[in-house]
Design a protein around this ligand. Structure first.
Ligand SMILES: NC(=O)c1ccc[n+]([C@@H]2O[C@H](COP(=O)([O-])OP(=O)(O)OC[C@H]3O[C@@H](n4cnc5c(N)ncnc54)[C@H](O)[C@@H]3O)[C@@H](O)[C@H]2O)c1
Length: 258
């Protein structure tokens, strides 16, 4: 086990599967103790069990990031077990597509509570702890859709743009307490929603080939690619990185769609 995050603890939302699970694994492998904060108790518990089985320190806390009460409870459970909170990773979220002329206010509220408000609420309850410690790192998982988008990605892209604004404000307003905030914007990553997209295509093999070929690297990303970046950003090696966005997309956004 690497010692880069030794004596650090991390609270990772949506870590039962996908990118969040990849992040939790990489943080644990670098020495951090991890709370898997997840709405799904089956995947959340199994992710925590798997980390413990590998000899890492981890626990599951059932948290719906749309609920402030759940977030308070999850962070309290984290502090009770690990004694502090060094790394918050706001990862939970889901891509939802609506017609802007048809979407109801309830659908809007649901989408924003999942993809934007939840991240702020986790910050709200982590910041006092980090301020007392005079150290902390908040990593917000945004998306390439935060700065550009594709047809029919409303309002997911709106929420992810908000994540960048949240990150900048956190960096400015809490830097004097030695708290850093960084947004990580992945492109295509091999997770269940992406695999579902491929499976639902008329010709899945052709769609996989099309998407791979959009990338200069001719492949989509893996959850551990994002996890490795997050582990670096959480470490002292990244101590001068704050208030910015790091894109991890295999070069897809370097390409003009000609
Ligand atoms: N996969 C990609 O290509 C991709 C690209 C860019 C950004 N992202 C972002 O990465 C993050 C993770 O995406 P993923 O692809 O791993 O998705 P995923 O659906 O595989 O995993 C999301 C996890 O979040 C959990 N979750 C959902 N709602 C929750 C809630 N209310 N409270 C707590 N947990 C909840 C789910 O149970 C699941 O374990 C999201 O924010 C997504 O927008 C993903």
């Amino acid at each position: 086990m690497s010692e880069r995050l030794k004596n650090k603890s991390a609270f990772v939302t949506g870590a039962g599967q996908g990118i969040g699970r990849g992040i939790a694994e990489q943080l644990a492998a670098q020495g951090a103790s991890v709370t898997i904060a997840e709405i799904n108790d089956a995947t959340g518990q199994s992710a925590a069990d798997e980390l413990c089985h590998k000899g890492y320190r981890a626990q599951f806390a059932q948290v719906d990031i749309r609920s402030e009460r759940d977030i308070k409870g999850g962070i309290a459970a984290h502090l009770a077990r690990f004694g502090g909170l060094d790394i918050l990773v706001n990862n939970a979220g889901a891509n939802q597509h609506f017609d802007a002329s048809q979407m109801s206010v309830d659908e809007w509220e649901h989408s924003m509570s999942l993809n934007l408000r939840g991240a702020w609420l986790c910050c709200k309850h982590a910041l006092p702890v980090m301020a007392r410690q005079e150290s902390g790192v908040i990593i917000n998982i945004a998306s390439v859709h935060a700065t550009m988008t594709a047809y029919n990605f409303f309002p997911y892209n709106v929420a992810k743009s908000g994540i960048l604004g949240l990150t900048r404000s956190l960096a400015l307003d809490w830097g004097h307490k030695n708290i850093r905030a960084v947004a990580v914007s992945p492109g295509w990553v091999r997770t269940k929603p992406v695999l579902d997209h491929f499976a639902q295509a008329d010709d899945p093999a052709a769609e996989i080939e099309r998407v791979n070929n959009l990338h200069p690297l001719k492949r989509i990303g893996e959850p551990e690619n994002v996890g490795a970046l997050v582990a670096f950003l959480a470490s002292d090696g990244a101590s001068f990185i704050t208030g910015t966005e790091i894109v991890i997309d295999g070069g897809i956004s370097a390409r003009y769609a000609d």
